[in-house]
Design a protein around this ligand. Structure first.
Ligand code: GRF
Length: 195
């Protein structure tokens, strides 16, 4: 199976995914694409010998359709079976989602369906939640909606800030996403639950 990974930043989730696809794993990373030129994850992908590309959304000001058309054109050249959004910070329209229907995954740093959107850890702290975490879900037209394929939970500790909570969740993301992908590429939709 051919996996394309979309990033916008440091790409730590991309690294975890790419490094999981070795040996008898049925998938391999075929492209890492960033909407941000110079994103830290691009160098990490190149260091792993993975093809990279940039489709800069700023090159299509106010024209989301044109940006997505360029995204689709570049992605289709890599003929991916699965698209993993990993710290990809652009909202995708139904046009893109329908083009890859049922084959797009995303990782979101909250225990969905709670805290869709941004600032998830700050919102969990404000709500006084005893635990937080991350979710991997199939991408549908509804932002951070779609069937949940896995979740990882961490305790909220006294004195936590959004930063300390994010630092506790991120390593769990790096375990969860590869575990979900390994099942997804075999057609197994059994949700992953960590720990
Ligand atoms: C992570 O918190 C992830 O949950 C969110 O983007 C953040 C950065 O991810 N989607 P990465 O280090 O760029 O993979």
């Amino acid at each position: 199976k051919r996996v394309a990974i979309l990033i916008s930043g440091s790409g730590s989730n991309m690294v975890a995914l790419a490094d999981s696809m070795t040996g008898d794993h049925p998938a391999r990373p075929v492209l890492v694409l960033s909407n941000v030129p110079g994103a830290g994850g691009l160098a990490k992908a190149e260091a792993r010998g993975i093809d990279t590309a940039v489709v800069d959304h700023k090159a299509y000001p106010g024209d989301r359709e044109a940006f997505e058309a360029a995204l689709i054109e570049r992605l289709d050249a890599a003929a991916p079976d699965v698209i993993c959004l990993a710290g990809f910070m652009r909202i995708l329209t139904p046009r893109f989602i329908n083009h890859y229907a049922g084959r797009i995954l995303n990782i979101h740093p909250s225990l969905l369906p709670k805290y869709k959107g941004l600032d998830t850890h700050a919102r969990a702290l404000s709500a006084g939640d005893a635990e937080a975490g991350c979710s991997v879900h199939e991408v549908t037209a509804e932002l951070d909606g779609g069937p949940i394929l896995g979740q990882a939970r961490v305790p909220v500790e006294p004195g936590d800030t959004a930063e300390t909570l994010a630092a506790r969740v991120l390593p769990m993301e790096h375990r969860l996403y590869p575990a979900v992908l390994a099942r997804f590429v075999t057609g197994d939709r059994t949700p992953v639950a960590l720990p």
